[in-house]
Write a new protein. Structure first.
Length: 178
């Protein structure tokens, strides 16, 4: 029999997340005794949450906004994609160390190729966090010819209407709508 493990979702303002219900259904369908819990925490509590991931009985953690960059800095080892992006969305405990992965990048590349098999010309990216970094690299890797990034914090958001009018693809990598 498989020993029960606890998996976590690390983020802030994530009470809306359907992940615990989805993961509970997946574990039940597979006959696994695991549980998946939300860890809704401020940035100064990320280190403590990652220490819990290293405890016996922990299976690992998913990471969401706004902690992807901070978690990457605290992992002992990063997968190539996580190192490239400086962002982690999946943490696995191994031999007392945290291994950070980024599954956003390959998933985005696959989706962009499926959505736009002939490539993307002018893309507009909304957002600048860990997910935004993954979108930017995925667009580069899939051959987007021009990328415009719009952020609220630097004032570029004011160009939104004009940039959208000229775009043939818009990607929203902000937490709006979650």
């Amino acid at each position: 029999m498989t020993a029960p493990l606890t998996f976590r979702l690390l983020g802030q303002g994530i009470a809306y997340s359907a992940s615990p219900a989805m993961m509970a259904a997946a574990f039940a369908a597979l006959g696994l005794p695991h549980r998946y819990v939300l860890a809704d925490l401020p940035p100064d509590a990320v280190g403590e949450a990652l220490a819990q991931v290293l405890l016996p009985g922990s299976g690992g953690a998913n990471v969401t906004t706004p902690h992807k960059l901070a978690v990457a800095e605290q992992c002992a080892e990063l997968s190539p994609d996580a190192a490239l992006l400086g962002a982690v969305n999946c943490v696995v405990p191994r031999r007392g160390r945290l291994l950070g992965h980024n599954t956003d990048l390959p998933a985005l590349e696959d989706e962009l190729r499926a959505l736009r098999p002939n490539g993307v010309g002018r893309a507009v990216l909304l957002g600048g966090g860990g997910a935004g970094r993954a979108v930017e690299v995925a667009l580069e890797r899939t051959g987007a010819t021009h990328l415009v990034r719009l952020l609220r914090r630097d004032g570029s958001w004011a160009r939104l209407a004009a940039e959208l009018a000229a775009a043939d693809l818009v990607v929203n990598a902000t937490p709006v709508g979650t």
